[in-house]
Design a protein around this ligand. Structure first.
Ligand code: FE
Length: 132
């Protein structure tokens, strides 16, 4: 995979849509219930929209009611980086693509308790979906 750490912000602006740039590169959040995937129930793999890294399997997706695609775990813990985010007066855990450093969403601890108890709350526009 290409070394994405060498991409400049100008490169990212050319590669991404304005909405994707705002979410992935400026840690924005898309409006809930507006994205392409929160209600997607097809089988397949969700990949980073910026670099193509495989991030979440449909097998771990669940309906959280939040309006964002929600997963109880990443397909590989090594593919995501977790970082403390103190913005907006809250302490949250930011989820980042480890391959390219792009913002994906946040991790909360109110996921399904019968599995991991985690809720990876991810922006649709930060993901591409590859149907199985
Ligand atoms: Fe990425």
């Amino acid at each position: 995979m290409k070394n994405m750490q060498e991409m400049t912000e100008e490169d990212w602006k050319k590669k991404l849509t304005p909405e994707q740039y705002q979410v992935l590169r400026q840690a924005g959040t898309e409006a809930p219930f507006t994205g392409e995937f929160y209600n997607n129930h097809e089988s397949g793999m969700y990949k980073c929209a910026a670099c193509g890294q495989e991030l979440f399997s449909s097998e771990t997706k669940f309906d959280s009611g939040s309006g964002w695609p929600s997963f109880d775990k990443p397909m590989n813990r090594e593919h995501v980086e977790l970082r403390t985010d103190n913005s907006l007066g809250m302490e949250r855990t930011e989820v980042i693509c480890k391959n390219c450093g792009s913002h994906l969403g946040h991790l909360f601890s109110d996921g399904p308790t019968e599995t991991t108890g985690d809720r990876y709350c991810i922006n649709s526009c930060a993901l591409n979906f590859e149907k199985k």
